[in-house]
Design a protein around this ligand. Sequence first.
Ligand code: FPP
Ligand code: ZN
Length: 456
Amino acid sequence: MDSSTSPSPTVSQRDQCMVEGQVFQIYNYFIHNPGNQLGMLQLQRDKHIAFLTKALRQLGPSFCTLDANRPWLCYWILHSIALLGESVDDELENDAIDFLSRCQDPNGGYGGGPGQMPHLATTYAAVNSLLTLGSDKSLSSINRHNLYQFFLRMKDASGGFRMHDAGEVDVRACYTAISVASVLNILDHELVQNVGNYISSCQTYEGGIAGEPGSEAHGGYTFCGLATMILIDEVHRLDLTSLIDWVVFRQGVECGFQGRTNKLVDGCYSFWQGGTCALLQALDPFISAKFVQDAVERGDYSTDSSETATTSDLTEHCLDGTSSQVDETCHSTHQGQVDGCDQVDFSSIGFNFLKECGGIGPLYHSMALQQYILLCCQVLDGGFRDKPGKMRDYYHTCYCLSGLSTCQYSLSKNAASPPLPRALSGPYSNLLEPIHPLYNIVLDRYHEAHDFFSRS
Ligand SMILES: CC(C)=CCC/C(C)=C/CC/C(C)=C/COP(=O)(O)OP(=O)(O)O
Ligand SMILES: [Zn+2]
C-alpha cells in the first residue's frame, strides 16, 4: 500500500508501541539473565526512602510551595514511607501536623493549603496523613465535630456528595467523605442516606463504576465506588459478577493494569484495580452465596431436598466456615437473614472487614503485576512511575507501593495472617507493610486510629 495513503498511527498507538517495546526489552533482559532475576526484582528500599524523605524535607518547615495539593503530597509521601516500614523524625512529624492543622477550615474540612477552601479530596489526604503519623498529637488535631458538619454541608439531594461548596458531585466525593467519616467513627445514617442509590447509578454496562452517571467505567472510580458500598453495607446492590468480569480483564499483556478499556497500562492502577480485586476477593464468601441464590432463583438448582444440591447446601459450601464473619460485616448483604440487619452499626464495618476470608486467592495475576511494578515502574534511583519513559512522581510512588503491598498479601487468609513467601515476587526483603484495603492506610496505623476514635 502506498504509504502516503496508509493511515498514520494515532498518538495512543505510538505510545502503546513504545510501552510494549520497552516492556519487551526489559523482559528479554530478564529472561536471558536468569541469574540476575532476584537482583532485577529487588525493591530499592533505601533509595525510595531517601527520595521520599528528601521530598518531605523540601516541603518543610512551612510547606510553602505554591500548590493546592500539599495535603496530597503529604499523604503520598508519608504513606509510602510507612509502607516501606519507616517513620519520620519528630521534627518532620511536628512540621506536618502544624501544616495540616493550618489547612483545617474553622468550619470543618481541610483545604489544599492554609486559608484555602475546604475540599473533600484534600480532607481525605490530610486525615489519612495524620492517621499515618499516628501520634496522639496528630490524631487529636482533627476536629471531628466540625468535620461532620462539613460533610453534612457537602451532602447533595441525589445522595452523593459535592467535592466542595458548589462543587461537582461524583463517586470520588462519596468515597472521600464516607471513608474519612468511617475511619473517624462519625459515620451515621444521615451521611449514608441515598449514597447507595448514587453509586449504583454509576455502575456501567461494562461492569465497572464511572465517576458520575452516564460516564465511562474507570479503575479509580471503581475502587472508590466499591469501597464506599462496602463501608455503607450496601455492596449487594452492585452487580458484582459483571464488576469482577470488568476488572479482571483490565490486566494487560504488559502485566500491569489499565484504568479503562483500550487505554494504556499504568502503575497507579496496580492499586486502583488491584485494590478493587482485593476487596472483591474478601467478599468472595458473600459473592459465592449470592451466585448460588441467583442460580436457584433462575431454576438452575433445585431446592428439593431429594436433589443433589440445595440452596442451603450450596450456600453453606460457599461460606465454608466463614459465615459468622460474613454476617458480622455484610448485615444486609444477606437480605434479612441476619437478625437486626436493619440496625447497621457503621462503626464496626471497616474493622470487621479485616476478618473477611479471601480463601479464593487473588483474582488477578499477582506475580506478574509485581513484576510490572518492580521492573517497569520502579526507578532504580528511588521512586516509581506510570510506565517506562515517564518521570517518577510521588503519586505513582504511593500507588505502586500500595499495589505492591496488596499483591504481597494476596494469598493471606485475612489481615491478621502472616504473608506467605510464595506470594512474594523477588527477595523476602521486598516485603512491605500490609494496608487496610478500604482506606489505604498501613494496617497498624489503622488499628491505632480505630482504638483512639473508639474511645473518644
Ligand atoms: C481517593 C481519590 C480522590 C481517588 C481518585 C480516583 C482516580 C484515580 C480517579 C481517576 C480519574 C480519571 C478519570 C483519570 C483518567 O485519567 P487519564 O485519562 O489521564 O488516564 P487513563 O488513560 O489511564 O484513563
Ligand atoms: Zn497513573
